[in-house]
Design a protein around this ligand. Structure first.
Ligand SMILES: [Fe+2]
Length: 387
């Protein structure tokens, strides 16, 4: 099958890239930006710094800081109404995945009528105001993807939306913004990114463009994520993680995520587990179950991550992969669902519904071993028992 590859038109990567926002806007012919930022970054003075540098170029900036963790249709509507009070030709997203996804949804809904749920997958959102993304966390890769996720405030469904309108026109990837990420956020965001790369590499939609990017991402994360967690001021580790996160975004946006993300979204929606953490809870068990569908590719991944030697045969390499992922999650203090505070009775009673929602997202269909509903129910049960 041919592959369709989508990327931001401009990617600027490196220390200080955020300061190039004015030049990038001008190069794209844009001059009336609307900034979507989370309160934390605004409080650190980053929004003000952007505003000042844009003012020097004669551009006024309006700021919306009502981003909530895991955006909802209600929180997006608030931002949309603020946007419509002004006259804007671009949206700047500054923050983590929640800020970037909020900005993306405001951008596409600015030119549409009706409810966001009308546009969830399998529908597509192919147009909208241009978004320039400046990520502050090394994880979601949303700055380089054509996807965004929001929770429907009426139904509590975590909706996946896709389309060219959700792909930022530019991304300024500046690791200096990630230096203040706390331990748990660093670990969870990094593990999210590791899932992006691993899922993209074993996906049925994997392709020769995304394969080396995914392997490079996996290699960096296993080497540098523990360092970034243990030494938050380590610039080399922060830089490597930020680049890896963008690579992970590029890989999965063009090759798809698979079963881990498919099963993770319902956990996030029902139990309010942060996205990276719910992926990490699933990572070892779902990988172990999926290995028979793409054994060689999982072995490649084990070698890229350094869990297996180049000389290890396939069988040995995949065994080391599952062991290595379990150890990584333990080292990074990933809690089990029970340790997170989920009651066993709630987990078990919601498992059938979560399995249906996972299948409905479409992501499990890209898994190398495609699950039936009963397989997913069994995996949710195994994750509870194993952790
Ligand atoms: Fe993710």
């Amino acid at each position: 099958m041919d592959s369709t590859l989508l990327l931001p038109r401009v990617l600027r990567v490196g220390a200080g890239a955020r300061h190039e926002i004015g030049e990038v806007l001008q190069s794209l012919g844009l001059s009336r930006p609307f900034l979507v930022v989370d309160e934390f970054l605004k409080g650190q003075g980053h929004a003000e710094a952007l505003e000042q540098s844009l003012r020097q170029r004669g551009m006024a900036l309006r700021i919306f800081s009502g981003v909530v963790p895991d955006p909802t249709t209600d929180s997006i509507d608030v931002g949309l109404n603020v946007l419509k009070d002004g006259d804007h030709d671009a949206i700047i997203a500054l923050g983590g995945g929640s800020a970037i996804d909020t900005a993306k949804f405001i951008a596409v809904m600015a030119t549409r009528e009706g409810k966001l749920r009308n546009y969830k997958v399998p529908a597509t959102l192919d147009s909208g105001l241009p978004v320039i993304a400046i990520p502050s966390t090394a994880g979601t890769g949303s700055e380089a993807t054509r996807a965004a996720v929001a929770t429907d405030s009426e139904t509590q469904e975590k909706m996946l939306c896709m389309g060219l309108g959700l792909m930022p026109v530019a991304a300024l990837v500046d690791y200096e913004l990630s230096m203040t990420m706390p331990y748990r956020l660093t670990a969870d965001a990094g593990l999210d990114s590791l899932c992006h790369a691993l899922e993209a590499y074993v996906s049925r939609k994997a392709n020769p463009f995304t394969d080396p990017i995914a392997l490079s991402c996996m290699r960096s994360i296993v080497e540098y994520l523990p360092i970034a967690c243990a030494e938050p001021d380590n610039r080399a580790a922060r830089e490597a993680m930020m680049l890896a996160a963008t690579q992970g975004g590029i890989a999965f946006s063009n090759a798809s995520v698979t079963l881990i993300h498919g099963m993770s979204r319902p956990i996030g929606a029902h139990f309010h587990v942060p996205h990276g953490l719910s992926n990490a809870m699933l990572l070892p068990e779902v990988t172990a179950w999926s290995v028979p569908g793409a054994t060689e590719r999982y072995a490649d991944s084990a070698r890229a991550m350094g869990y297996a030697a180049q000389s290890d045969n396939t069988e040995v390499a995949v065994a080391k992969l599952v062991t290595g992922l379990r150890q990584l999650c333990a080292d990074l203090k990933v809690p089990s669902p029970a340790e997170f505070g989920i009651a066993e009775s709630d987990w078990k009673s919601l498992t059938p519904l979560m399995a249906e929602q996972a299948l409905a997202s479409g992501s499990p269909a890209n898994n190398p071993q495609v699950p039936e509903r009963e397989d997913i129910i069994g995996l949710y049960e195994r994750v509870w028992v194993a952790s």
